[in-house]
Design a protein around this ligand. Structure first.
Ligand SMILES: CC(C)(COP(=O)(O)OP(=O)(O)OC[C@H]1O[C@@H](n2cnc3c(N)ncnc32)[C@H](O)[C@@H]1OP(=O)(O)O)[C@@H](O)C(=O)NCCC(=O)NCCS
Length: 186
């Protein structure tokens, strides 16, 4: 989970078991064809939730994802391998009194068996292009300090550690690392 908002409720346990079932049916192994990144649509909401649960990020409910997709300031992207969704990203533009427009990344997750095959990178690259079009200056995110995989991934994409927040997360309690990517041309 990148951001934790109190308004986002925890997933219903029934949806968790459905997630395990559906994801277990997906092909196991390497990506067998070029995967495609596109905008997620309302009917993807349950699958976004399932992937969030499978990857242990702070999953929003399908309704939360659905609501997010209906916002003009929101960008929800999905990566598909054939007809299976294998990753997604949710971000939102936010007004900034200093820089004009910034963006927050809320979720990015790739189905575990497809990790380290460039899916997260392709999602982030597509987001970056869209944010440049929307004249965003800085992209922000929060990540658990123990999530070294994600921190490494973000650094690889030009994010810098900006500051940290003690005990930002609960269950388990943990510090957050705040990371920032500058889209301002130097
Ligand atoms: C973080 C995450 C989205 C990365 O997705 P991914 O598709 O595996 O990432 P990519 O294959 O595009 O990796 C790009 C680069 O990130 C870095 N990286 C990714 N996974 C890494 C790992 N396990 N260890 C070290 N570096 C890693 C590498 O530099 C990698 O490039 P390389 O493979 O050429 O060395 C994925 O690990 C994930 O879904 N994690 C669980 C959910 C999560 O923690 N989300 C972030 C919450 S804030």
């Amino acid at each position: 989970m990148c951001h934790e908002y109190p308004s986002k409720s925890r997933p219903h346990p029934d949806l968790r078991s459905k997630s395990t079932f559906c994801l277990a049916r997906m092909n196991k192994g390497l990506i067998h064809q070029a995967f495609v990144v596109s905008n997620a649509i309302q009917s993807d909401a349950v699958t976004l939730h399932e992937i969030a649960v499978e990857t242990n990020i702070d999953a929003w409910t399908p309704d939360d994802y659905s609501e997010e997709m209906s916002r003009k300031d929101s960008i929800v992207l999905k990566a598909e391998n054939g007809s299976s969704m294998i990753g997604f990203l949710a971000a939102r533009t936010v007004p900034s009194s200093i820089s004009g427009v910034d963006a927050d990344i809320y979720n990015i997750a790739v189905v575990k068996r497809f990790h380290r095959q460039g899916v997260g990178s392709k999602l982030l690259t597509a987001l970056r292009k869209e944010l440049i079009k929307r004249e965003v200056q800085y992209v922000w995110l929060e990540v658990r300090s123990s999530n070294s995989t994600a921190i490494h991934f973000y650094k690889n994409h030009g994010f810098e550690m900006f500051t940290s927040r003690a005990n930002f997360y609960s269950n388990p309690s943990e510090d957050a690392v705040i990371m920032r990517l500058s889209l301002v041309e130097k």
